[in-house]
Design a protein around this ligand. Structure first.
Ligand code: UDP
Length: 263
């Protein structure tokens, strides 16, 4: 069992991944958030969902790495990370997709009466996402703001969040921007937990279709995303690079830790 305040972790490519299944991660985070909320701890618990694409970004960009290292809990949001962990003999219990983790936390928030804030997505999509969540959890206390605010409008957004005092703040501004946003504003965020959720509001709002369960179970959600959003092809070119990197690390041909001289 995880010790109080810290989940069991597996070190991978310079980050510490929580060795927790989806349900265990949701339970752990809900408990941590509840403790913080009761204690009035300043600044939220920062959760980052990291996939292969982000690991490659973090290798190439020291700022991205530094932001991800500020996260309290990092979960493996992709089959690539799970397979790499297995290849390196440090298996993780499974994939923890950001959207699944958010949905598991929404259930717990609805049951406990904890307020939730959604920040992100296009102005016409966010209300649809919020309406979909309200249909599923009519008792949930939910507020939100779209993700296309100007730097001048940012103070008002932060104030809206502060006044609402969410237990869970989900930030869907795209990775790694959302993680940088959480890290930058953390001291002023009056939430118990803040987590980047990428395009999850697009899925909830029906703007993007998620892979059918069969594809997810086969570990092919990435292929579905490529089919649905072909403009991702360039970004997803990092996937074969990551696979190659994992093999090279396994064979002792590349350094696992990001930094100078690594692949
Ligand atoms: N987004 C936003 N503000 C911005 C840019 C993007 O709210 O200035 C939202 C966008 O509408 C989408 C999400 O961020 O809902 C990014 O989704 P994507 O699937 O690309 O996430 P990623 O895979 O990059 O984490």
């Amino acid at each position: 069992m995880p010790t109080e305040g810290k989940p069991p972790v597996v070190p991978l490519f310079g980050l510490s991944f929580a060795a927790l299944s989806l349900e265990a991660a949701a339970d752990f985070l809900a408990k941590e958030a509840a403790t913080r909320r009761t204690a009035g701890t300043a600044g939220p618990l920062f959760v980052a969902t990291v996939n292969a694409e982000m690991l490659i970004r973090a290798r190439e960009d020291a700022q991205v790495l530094s932001v991800l290292r500020q996260a309290d809990v990092v979960v493996a949001d992709g089959i690539g990370v799970v397979l790499a962990a297995r290849l390196l003999d440090r298996p993780l219990p499974g994939r923890v997709a950001g959207i699944d983790l958010m949905e598991a936390l929404l259930e717990r928030a609805a049951a406990a009466g904890w307020p939730v804030f959604f920040l992100g997505a296009r102005p016409e999509v966010l209300p649809r996402a919020m309406a979909a969540v309200r249909r599923r959890h009519p008792e949930l206390v939910l507020d939100g703001h779209h993700g296309y605010f100007t730097p001048e409008e940012e103070a008002a957004v932060l104030e809206q969040i502060a006044a609402f005092r969410p237990a869970f703040l989900f930030v869907g501004l795209g990775a790694p921007r959302q993680e940088a946003w959480i890290a930058r504003h953390r001291p002023r965020l009056s939430a118990a937990l803040a987590m980047g959720v990428g395009g999850s509001f697009d899925v909830l709002g029906g703007a993007v279709r998620r892979a059918p369960l069969r594809w997810q179970r086969l570990g092919l959600e990435w292929l579905w995303r490529l089919k649905e959003e072909p403009w991702r092809a360039r970004r997803m070119a990092t996937l074969p690079r990551f696979a190659l990197l994992a093999v090279a690390v396994r064979l002792g041909l590349a350094r696992e830790e990001p930094g100078r001289g690594s692949l």
